[in-house]
Structures are given as structure tokens and as C-alpha cells.
Design a protein around this ligand. Structure first.
Ligand SMILES: Cc1cc2nc3c(=O)[nH]c(=O)nc-3n(C[C@H](O)[C@H](O)[C@H](O)COP(=O)(O)O)c2cc1C
Length: 182
């Protein structure tokens, strides 16, 4: 959950997706990225040697989760046409996993693991989610999951306003169910 606004639009949308997945028997774990201690990448490049980041913070516990989960959902508000800084910091720290895959030639666990993007923004911009979707495509590739699904919601701004949206919450529930079923 990539928004700093707990119980905001992203959070509510993600919760519905998670309850959809849970209804199909999935075990869920939700990370509120803003509450974790995640340094941005510092380009120390220790990861090029052995695939491990030299920074010790909450990413230590997140790398194994990203490599073990059958489904990874990234939910983020759009901030200046991109993912929130909190989510982007987490993704950039996965340069260590990129090094494992592309430098050290250690493939991440794959075989059917799936990734999905839940994006939300205030405007109606045609290209509102393009940059984030591209970032996530390469992020998912790096951690060995397929970009399998997405829910992109425009025109929602105030905290909790998503609850007045005619379809988004039901769509999120369906997305969660789809991901957990197949
Ligand atoms: C720093 C910042 C930048 C934003 N940039 C955009 C933007 O580029 N495009 C857009 O449609 N909405 C933008 N928004 C609006 C949020 O995406 C919108 O309010 C969203 O519903 C917030 O979701 P949340 O309640 O989960 O945090 C921005 C909001 C903030 C705080």
C-alpha cells in the first residue's frame, strides 16, 4: 500500500482487492510502505558482488516476501504522474534483485507468480498511469512475476472519495478474486 494516507483511496481500494483474494482462499499480507523504514537506493552497488544490498533497514524483511509471494499487488496514488516516493524507494532498492538476475544470472523464483497494479489519481489524464505501469513492468520482471492485471481509477481526489465511485471498489474485489483464482 503505497499511499501515505492510511484509510485513503488507495488503501480502501487495496483492502477490497485483498478481501476478494481472501474470499478465494488466499493468505494475505499487507505492507503499508509509508510506515516502514526504507532508505532510497544510495548506489553503493554492493549488490553487484553478491545480490545483497549493503543498507540494513526494513527491506531486509521485504526481499524474501517479494520472492516468495504467489501474487504481488502494488497499489499507489499517482503523484506527479508517477508512483508515490514511498513505493519508488522500495522498487529502487530492488536493484539488488536486478543484480541477482541480470549480473549474477540467478533467476528469481517464477512459475506462475503474478503481479498487479492498482493505480489511482485525481485527474482524467489519458497518460496518467503510463509511466507507473512501465516502471512496474520492469519491477515485476526483476522479481520474477508476470504483469497480470491492473485496476486504474481516475477522477478520485479527496480522502475516502473512492467510496462514492460507482464501480471501483467492486472492480477491486473482482481483481482480487481473479488473481487468487487462476
Ligand atoms: C504530491 C501529490 C501529487 C499528485 N499528483 C497527481 C497527478 O500527477 N495526477 C493526478 O491525477 N493526481 C495527482 N494527485 C492526487 C492524488 O493522486 C489523489 O488525491 C489520490 O486520490 C490520492 O490517493 P490516496 O487517498 O490513496 O492518497 C497528487 C497528489 C499529491 C499529494
Amino acid at each position: 500500500m503505497g499511499s501515505p494516507r492510511v484509510r485513503g483511496n488507495t488503501d480502501l481500494l487495496l483492502d477490497r482487492a485483498l478481501s476478494g483474494a481472501e474470499s478465494q482462499g488466499a493468505q494475505i499480507e499487507k505492507l503499508i510502505v509509508d510506515r516502514l523504514n526504507i532508505s532510497p537506493c544510495r548506489e553503493y552497488y554492493g549488490c553487484l558482488k553478491d545480490g545483497n544490498c549493503v543498507i540494513r533497514d526494513d527491506m531486509d524483511g521485504i526481499y524474501p516476501k517479494l520472492l516468495e509471494a504467489d501474487i504481488v499487488i502494488v497499489a499507489s496514488p499517482m503523484f506527479f504522474y508517477g508512483l508515490s516516493a514511498q513505493v519508488k524507494a522500495l522498487i529502487d532498492r530492488c536493484q539488488a534483485l536486478w543484480a541477482r538476475k541480470y549480473i549474477l544470472k540467478q533467476d528469481p523464483p517464477g512459475s506462475g507468480r503474478k503481479g498487479a497494479f492498482i493505480g489511482i489519481g485525481a485527474t482524467q489524464g489519458e497518460h496518467l498511469f503510463d509511466g507507473s505501469a512501465l516502471t512496474l513492468k520492469y519491477f515485476f520482471q526483476t522479481i520474477g512475476v508476470k504483469y497480470a492485471d491492473e485496476l486504474l481509477v481516475r477522477g478520485v481526489d479527496k480522502k475516502g472519495e473512492i467510496q462514492e465511485h460507482p464501480a471501483a471498489l467492486a472492480d477491486a474485489e473482482e481483481l482480487g478474486k481473479r488473481l487468487a483464482q487462476a
